[in-house]
Design a binder for this molecule. Sequence first.
Ligand code: FRU
Length: 499
Amino acid sequence: MKSAIYEEKFRPQFHFTPEANWMNDPNGMVYYEGEYHLFYQYHPGGTTWGPMHWGHAISKDLIHWEHLPAALEPDEHGFIFSGSAVVDWKDSSGLFTGGSGLVALFTHHDTNPETQEVRQRQSIAYSLDKGRNWIKYEGNPVLIEKQIIDFRDPKVIWHEESQRWVMVLAAGDHARFYNSPDLKSWSFTGEFGLSDGSHDGVWECPDLFELSVEGAPGRKQWVLIISIGDHPDHPEGSRTQYFVGDFDGRTFTNSNSPETVLWVDHGRDNYAGVTWSDIPEEDGRRIFLGWMSNWKYANFTPTVTWRSAMTIPRVLSLINHEEGVRLVQRPIDELQHLRLSKQYWEELHVAPEKPFSSGKVGELLEVRLEFEMDDAKLVGLKLKSSMGEETLVGYDVRASLLFIDRLASGQVDFHQQFACRHEAPLQLDNGRVSLHLFLDNSSVEVFANDGKVVMTDLIFPASGGKELELFAEAGTAKIVSLTIDHLNSIYSNLKSKSL
Ligand code: FRU
């Protein structure tokens, strides 16, 4: 008998997953009439990548999701690759008889029958019923650049100053900008990035938005997010970088030197992330979510009926760091509604011969930990399963590095580059490190020093209760406080019904 989805091995309990089959990038994230829409790259015919559709789910709180039928299916122009969605509030497109409605903008991917070369062109679809049904525009594709082969993942925003829609596209090794009065006819306005940032892989999935700088009243900066694809030369696989700068409605200028590389997430499993459009001004948040996998091994992860999850949604902000304006990420407050019960400790002293154990805790955990190094060289937390597997999250003070070690985290043999220990630079904050972690059945998300450094990793440990151990190496450390919140499953209503 088919088990309910919330009972399946490794099925995340508070992260978005498709009910069945393959998922990759989040697409078309938009808020409209009380509903957050999440579309996603979806292959309904199997658990590996294939002919791409847009899967669809809606939520009122970004935590509990209702699955809807696939929104867009391949057609005579090809597969439906990644893209975005906007609310056309003033019917600039003329598709909504004077009212408002949703427009999705995406890449049609096929093979040119004349040249047999890959062809990527931009198209649109619209919905007259709050995203339940979609009509492909009869004039598709709406944007063609014959010379550019990798030309995809349109992100569209309304640019208030120029009173134009702006589309940013990934074009192999740079980003291209177009504008439009009506979402249907597009004109090229500029390009960015040929010699900026990381070019370790092909550029994909851009996003573009303006944010206020915290603590600097009136100061705003633009952020351009660019994901970069997997490349065999780089063990990190697919990753997401960002740029901080200005956008004048036509092109982006980088505030940092071209060689500066800024990562959204230093973990291995946060790719193709973008932000929601049209979140009301009263809310004002810029909310980001990524695909929690990596093209290096995404097709091989050890799940059976479905493959891949999304990260938890995160609020993006800018802060003024010594080195310049930088992005910080914080978990959305809505996640606090999942808290069930709390354990709290303070003033714990750990030493090599005296680790601290939480005893048995559940599997769905939010952990907040603050420590001072004293004379320890390394301090961290081990998530231990009953099978002796352990995932380490720690700080190496000599190297000023935060790390995740998933070498012995559970099932790792499905791909030779999955098992790894990897690091991110992190400075002490007033002599302390604070870690905010979310642990689900098959993932670890670490927000360090109030979201200045973030690491997201998949792990596949044995199911059942876990134990948390705090440890120190080569000296003692002071754990200022440790809070463990036991989290509810987003399927708890379904579980109680079936009892
Ligand atoms: C990124 C990506 C996109 C593309 C989609 C295809 O993960 O390669 O560039 O549109 O996936 O599924």
